[in-house]
Ligand binder design. Structure first.
Ligand SMILES: *Cc1c(COP(=O)(O)O)cnc(C)c1O
Length: 427
C-alpha cells in the first residue's frame, strides 16, 4: 500500500488544522499511523490520494446507508442547488421533509430541523428541561451525544479513543446536572432516579449504543427506563442520531416498539449533508420557539439542499431494503465469528441491521467496561492488517462498522477473505 501523498498532505494538514483533521477519530490516533486522505467514494468503495481502493465500513460514520454517490441523492442535490443554496426563509422542501419524517417516526408529531446531531441533542435536552421545569439528566457511560459541554462526561466515540473522556474547557458547574450510569444496568439507574427524581428532567440514551462499539440493550432495559421516566415525571429521550433509519425504517423505537418522549436524529436523514432533527409529541414540541419560549435557531437550518438530499435518501429506504441489509450484516458477523474461531482468536461480534463491532474478548460485551477490558491492542493490529487487504474499518475499537446497501456478495466475500488472513496473522 503506497501512502506517499496521504503522508505529505497529513504533514501539511497538521500545520493548519489541529491534529490535521476536523474531527478527532479521523486522525488514526487510537490505532496509530497516518490517516488516509480520501479522493473519491462510490458505492461501497473509497479511494485515496495514492490511488489505493478500499471497501468502506465507515460510511462517513453512519450516513451513507445507500453507499457513496447515490444517483438519486446526487440528482436531488444538483437540481436543488440550481435554484439557490439558502434563503433564510421558509421553503417547501422543509414541509415535505417534515411530513415524510413524521409519518415514519410515530413518536414525532412535530419536528425541528437543525444542522448536526450535536445541535439536535442540545435542542432536545433544553426542551426536556423546559417542559419538566427540572435540571438533571441521566446519560450512560460510553454513550456519545455530540460535543455540548454538559454531555462531555464519560462520552464515547472520539473522546473515548483519545482516553480523555472529559474535555478541557468545560467548567465543573456545567456538568453538575449530568448523572452517569452504566449501560444496561437498570438497578443503578433506578437508584439515581430515586435520589434525584424531583429534579430529573430526562434520561437520554442511545437505544442501541454505537459509540462504544455496538452494544444492544438487554431485554427490559429500554422499557425499564420508560417506566422510571413515567414514575418520576422525567422525559425519555432516544438519541437516534446513529440508529434512526439505520436499523429499521422507524428507528430503534420502531424495531422494539417503544415510544420515547423526544428523539434526536442526524446522519442518515441528511443523505450525506449536514442535518439533524429533534421531535416528539405536539404538546412538548409546541414549547420550541417561536411557538413557545424555548429558544433555538439556525441560519442554515432546514437548508433546501440538505432537505432535498435527505428526502431523496429516505425515500429509497423501506422494509425490503432493511431486510436485505440485515441479512448481509448478519452474514458478515457470522463469517467473522467462524473465521476467528478457526484461527483461535477470541472475539465477540455485536450486530444489528447495518452495523456491527468486533471486540477482541471471550466475554459478552454489554457495557463500556467490557469494551475497555477487551484486547484493544489486538483490535489495532487487526485494523492495520485489514487496511493492508483493502478493507477500511473505523480506526478505533470504540466505533461501529457500517454496512451499506451497496455492499454485495463480492464485497462480503472479499472482506471475509481479508478477515481470514488477518485473524490468522494475529497469532
Ligand atoms: C454522531 C452522533 C451524535 C453527534 O452528531 P454530529 O452530527 O456529529 O454532531 C450524537 N449522538 C449520537 C448517538 C451520534 O452517533
Amino acid at each position: 500500500m503506497k501512502n506517499k501523498n496521504s503522508k505529505k498532505l497529513f504533514e501539511k494538514a497538521q500545520r493548519l488544522l489541529p491534529g490535521g483533521v476536523n474531527s478527532p477519530v479521523r486522525a488514526f490516533r487510537a490505532v496509530g499511523g497516518n490517516p488516509l486522505f480520501i479522493e473519491k467514494a462510490w458505492g461501497a468503495y473509497l479511494s485515496d490520494v495514492d490511488k489505493n481502493t478500499y471497501i468502506d465500513y465507515v460510511g462517513s460514520w453512519g450516513p451513507m446507508i445507500l453507499g457513496h454517490a447515490n444517483p438519486k441523492v446526487d440528482e436531488a442535490i444538483r437540481d436543488t442547488a440550481q435554484k439557490g443554496t439558502s434563503f433564510g426563509a421558509p421553503c417547501q422542501l422543509e414541509v415535505q421533509m417534515a411530513e415524510y419524517f413524521c409519518q415514519r417516526i410515530p413518536s414525532c408529531e412535530k419536528v425541528r430541523f437543525v444542522n448536526s446531531g450535536t445541535e439536535a441533542v442540545m435542542g432536545a435536552v433544553r426542551l426536556a428541561r423546559a417542559y419538566t421545569k427540572r435540571n438533571k439528566i441521566i446519560k450512560f457511560a460510553g454513550a456519545y451525544h455530540g460535543h455540548a459541554d454538559y454531555l462531555l462526561v464519560k462520552s464515547g466515540s472520539g473522546a473515548m479513543t483519545l482516553s480523555q473522556p472529559d474535555s478541557l474547557g468545560v467548567p465543573k458547574e456545567f456538568v453538575q446536572h449530568t448523572l452517569v450510569a452504566p449501560y444496561n444496568d437498570l438497578p443503578y439507574v433506578e437508584k439515581l432516579v430515586k435520589k434525584h427524581h424531583k429534579d430529573l428532567a430526562a434520561i437520554i440514551v442511545e437505544p442501541i449504543a454505537g459509540n462504544m462499539g455496538v452494544i444492544l440493550p438487554e431485554k427490559g432495559f429500554l422499557r425499564g427506563l420508560k417506566k422510571l421516566c413515567r414514575q418520576s415525571g422525567a422525559l425519555l429521550i432516544f438519541d437516534e442520531v446513529m440508529t434512526g433509519f439505520r436499523v429499521h425504517e422507524k428507528g430503534v423505537q420502531g424495531l422494539f416498539n417503544i415510544k420515547p418522549d423526544l428523539s434526536t436524529f442526524g446522519k442518515i436523514i441528511g443523505g450525506g449533508l449536514p442535518v439533524g432533527a429533534y421531535g416528539g409529541a405536539k404538546k412538548i414540541m409546541n414549547l420550541v420557539s417561536p411557538q413557545g419560549a424555548t429558544y433555538q435557531a439556525g441560519t442554515l437550518s432546514g437548508n433546501p439542499i440538505a432537505m432535498a438530499a435527505g428526502l431523496a435518501a429516505l425515500k429509497q429506504l423501506n422494509a425490503k431494503v432493511y431486510a436485505s441489509l440485515n441479512k448481509k450484516t448478519e452474514r458478515l458477523a457470522q463469517g467473522f465469528r467462524e473465521i476467528a474461531k478457526k484461527a483461535g482468536v477470541a472475539i465477540q461480534v455485536n450486530v444489528v441491521c447495518g452495523m456491527f463491532s468486533v471486540f477482541f474478548t471471550d466475554k459478552q460485551v454489554k457495557q463500556l467496561k467490557d469494551v475497555q477490558n477487551s484486547r484493544l491492542d489486538l483490535f489495532n493490529k487487526f485494523f492495520h492488517l485489514m487496511l493492508e487487504h483493502g478493507i477500511y474499518l473505523p480506526p478505533s475499537p470504540y466505533e461501529a462498522c457500517f454496512v451499506s446497501t451497496k455492499h454485495g456478495e463480492n464485497e462480503i466475500a472479499k472482506t471475509l477473505r481479508a478477515a481470514k488472513d488477518s485473524f490468522f496473522s494475529l497469532k
